[in-house]
Design a binder for this molecule. Structure first.
Ligand code: AMP
Length: 269
């Protein structure tokens, strides 16, 4: 991978990189499209990274559909699909030196999944070191992940420009996700309520309602009625994830519906 990337650099061709865990859908492919606009060559990685899964999570069951993914990427004309082995990413018989994560990575997704973001930061750094991209593209679907990656790039002065791309949704508003396939037919009909709750909350904020905690609790009540087990629904500052002011706000939510835990978010401003 590095040899190919060095050859590209020598030929003055810029590399745009899209890291994924595979089981590609239109959300991933939108990132590929963005990479194609930014760079001469596009590299997509497919790697289900064990260190970002908790012990009782779905690492073993995570959908692996390499053949189908390769066909979709071939249609997109990407230059390289990088599928490293775990022995390459995590040398055996060596303790992993994790990349430390900032305080804001300990709440929301980090509270629900305590070791998740250090696993994400570590694998993204290793993938950057292999692919040597000028540009890397991440989906706003994983809003907190985008901030963790940007923080790492700043902290270590990495020579990569981070871009984000909007959430791609199904026609009824449900954010596309590899984990949506775990929903039963009935749950799939209930699932768009999560996006509805975000739209309602945004509307209330834009109409000038200032009691954010009331907006949050009304939303939690609404989603819970639709059979979701809500983990969080919170209005935050979109840069720091701290307490929100009167601009640059984002609403973030995570809720379990049957087996999958669904994530969604919406920028207010
Ligand atoms: P994953 O394979 O789930 O690790 O996702 C790989 C990349 O695709 C991440 O940057 C995600 O944020 C992004 N992504 C996943 N789902 C969507 C979506 N519905 N819209 C936009 N980007 C997405």
């Amino acid at each position: 991978m590095q040899a190919w990337s060095h050859a590209c650099k020598k030929a003055k061709q810029g590399i745009g990189f899209v890291p994924t865990m595979g089981n590609l859908h239109d959300g991933h492919l939108a990132l590929v499209d963005k990479a194609k606009v930014l760079a001469d060559k596009v590299v997509v990685s497919i790697y289900v990274n064990p260190t970002q899964f908790g012990e009782n999570e779905d690492f073993d069951k995570y959908p692996r559909t390499e053949q189908q993914d390769m066909e979709r990427l071939e249609q997109k004309n990407v230059a390289v699909v990088f599928m490293p082995d775990t022995d390459e990413m995590y040398p055996p018989n060596k303790k992993i030196d994790f990349i430390p994560v900032p305080d804001f990575a300990r709440e929301l997704e980090g509270a629900a999944r305590p070791e998740h973001f250090r696993g994400v930061a570590t694998i993204v750094k290793k993938l950057f070191d292999a692919v040597l991209p000028e540009h890397a593209i991440f989906g706003e679907k994983d809003f907190q992940q985008c901030l963790v990656v940007k923080n790492m790039v700043l902290e270590y002065a990495l020579d990569v420009e981070i871009h984000t791309a909007p959430i791609v949704r199904d026609a009824d508003g449900l954010a596309k996700s590899s984990r949506n396939q775990y929903l039963t037919a009935e749950q799939r009909l209930q699932a768009p309520a999560l996006y509805q709750s975000l739209l309602t909350a945004r509307q209330q904020i834009l109409e000038g309602k200032l009691d954010y905690s009331e907006i949050e609790s009304q939303a939690i009540e609404f989603i819970s009625k639709e059979s979701f087990d809500v983990d969080y629904f919170t209005i935050r500052d979109a840069t720091t994830l701290g307490q929100p002011g009167t601009h640059n706000r984002v609403i973030l939510t995570a809720a379990r519906l049957g087996i999958p835990r669904l994530l969604d978010n919406l920028r207010v401003d």
